[in-house]
Design a protein around this ligand. Sequence first.
Ligand code: SF4
Ligand code: ZN
Length: 302
Amino acid sequence: MCSRCQLNPVIFPPNNTKGLCKSCFFKYFERKFNRTISQFKLIEPNEKIGVAISGGKDSLSLLYLLNKLKSKKRFSIEALLIDEGIKGYRDRTIKDAKDFCKELGVKLNIISYKDEIGYPLDNLIKKLKMKPCSICGVFRRHLINKYSRKLNFDKVATGHNLDDEVQTILMNQFRNNPEVSARLGPITGIKDDKKFIRRIKPFYLITEKEVTTYAYLKNFKIKFCECPYNTESYRINVREFINKFEEKYPGTKHSIINSFLEILPILKERYKNYNEINYCKLCKEPSSKEICQACEIKSKIK
Ligand code: SF4
Ligand code: ZN
């Protein structure tokens, strides 16, 4: 029986062995979402928030909830979708994203690799002979920042959940990248820069399982599909590893996030002056090197 109202439970969130029924789960989920926004001061009144969407369960649940909250908290939203050009996958999720935005009445901006870089990701992989995610991640970050500025977003909200953040923290540990970890957290970045639009993660304390359950129970008309290149990433190995560990030792993911939040201010302070933010000589986007990663990869395209 649901721990709050005696109906049948549909999910057993962490630290709740009795579980929650559908309606109590919605309340629990939305309260956690709203509390994360207030606790970490993710959104200020009158801000214009860009919502980075892919057409998947996380980003569309995020768009739905921000749309629901915007009048109460007095902010506005617009959606931004990066079309990497992944045949059989992104074309399907774009359709879901378009329908969803239309239903909510949210303006959708679509930026494609083909227009911006010259080729879709499917072709870039063949030309560059690099791992898909290494190309994809660099260009996506680059385009999100560039267009967030052009569209006058104060911040960009992403659908990253607790599982995503745990994976990134571990990946940075495994690769000895504390400086990259310093830029993580519910609000990304170390210091303000007029050309760098900060990202916010309202699902920071919500697990992947909770978001999937929310989208499913809300009957959002979306396909629960995964990128075909996902099997080739370092992240997928870390994900499998931590999922197995969580199964054996429940609560591990929350412990990682909680201890990370404790040390994050120290990390941010430590790396505050480590790398001055410069601007890429070619594209003028923020970069720690003379030429940014996106321009460096672009120069290798034959
Ligand atoms: Fe891009 Fe890799 Fe994500 Fe696919 S799994 S969308 S290639 S980053
Ligand atoms: Zn550049």
